[in-house]
Ligand binder design. Structure first.
Ligand SMILES: O=C(O)CCC(=O)C(=O)O
Ligand SMILES: [Fe+2]
Length: 278
């Protein structure tokens, strides 16, 4: 099976050494001070309304915000270089069957205090009011995936569980009882049938279709540093917190990047600039 067939049939891919280990470790060294700054003073405070991250937070967005790079243009270039990497974009292009558009950078990390196993979910449940609407969303977007979330491990990780092929169908009764049943009482169950835990090393990538049933693991004693790059199809841009990045309008924001990377991000600016200006 080629990449696209495997993606459509299984709903996930593991790509060993998508980027080389040394580069993954450099990215980790960049993400660490970004995370430290985010914990005390999130530069995107205007959008989040919070000064910084909670000690039990497990994800931060918009690592590419210029507020993190005042004296470190080299960090900015290394991060954006990964987002616009030709090999990474080629995977997105193959899977989408069209040109990918940038959408968001995120970092997943372990909480500092409280450990928990994540809740089983399909991302479609967060944007639909009831089961019928969710079923309709899955029928429309389940197979190809609405967007693509590419997780690059910056430290060894076995924190994602996914049920292969679940993006192509509705839940079995057993799955439903865990994911949504009893008012969400069972959604952290460790007895999900058919779940596959995906283990990766620094530089390896996991892609999964968020319409499939999945969850993360958030344990204070299990180091996690995972850089997630989110892309959408150019034909399906989407306006929300992920794509709301008006700092791209600053005239010099993309200037430090090489021409090919700039061209990739120019398409993002072109798509969203009128929305950002409003
Ligand atoms: O990487 C993870 O921990 C899973 C995150 C997730 O499923 C989500 O944010 O919807
Ligand atoms: Fe999810």
């Amino acid at each position: 099976m080629d990449l696209q067939e495997q993606w459509q049939a299984e709903g996930y891919l593991v790509i060993p050494e998508l980027i080389d280990r040394a580069r993954a470790l450099r990215l980790r060294a960049i993400c660490e001070p970004i995370l430290d700054q985010w914990r005390v003073a999130n530069p995107d405070v205007a959008a989040t309304g919070k000064p910084g991250g909670d000690p039990d937070a497990t994800v931060m967005r918009h690592l590419n915000h210029p507020g993190y790079f005042a004296n470190h243009m080299d960090w900015f270039c290394e991060l954006m270089d990964a987002v616009a990497d030709p090999r990474v974009l080629d995977i997105a292009r193959t899977i989408f069957g069209e040109e990918p558009l940038f959408r968001c950078t995120s970092l997943f990390f372990n909480p500092l205090l409280t450990s928990k196993d994540g809740d089983w979910h399909r991302d479609s449940q967060f944007t639909t009011p009831d089961d019928d609407a969710e079923k309709a969303f899955l029928a429309a977007h389940g197979r190809d995936g609405f967007g693509m979330q590419l997780q690059i491990a910056l430290a060894p990780s076995a924190d994602i569980e996914f049920i292969p092929r679940s993006h192509l169908r509705w839940d079995t009764p057993e799955e439903y009882a865990i994911r949504k049943g009893d008012g969400w009482k069972n959604n952290r169950s460790n007895a999900m049938p058919g779940a596959l835990r995906l283990a990766v090393e620094p530089g390896d990538a996991i892609l999964f279709n968020p319409s499939g049933i999945h969850r993360g693991r958030y344990h204070a004693d299990k180091l996690r540093r995972t850089l997630m790059l989110t892309y959408t199809r150019t034909s399906e841009p989407y306006q929300d917190y992920f794509s709301n990045q008006p700092w791209f309008l600053a005239p010099d924001y993309l200037a430090p990047l090489p021409p090919a990377a700039r061209q990739f991000f120019d398409a993002f600016v072109h798509t969203y600039q009128s929305w950002w200006r409003r």
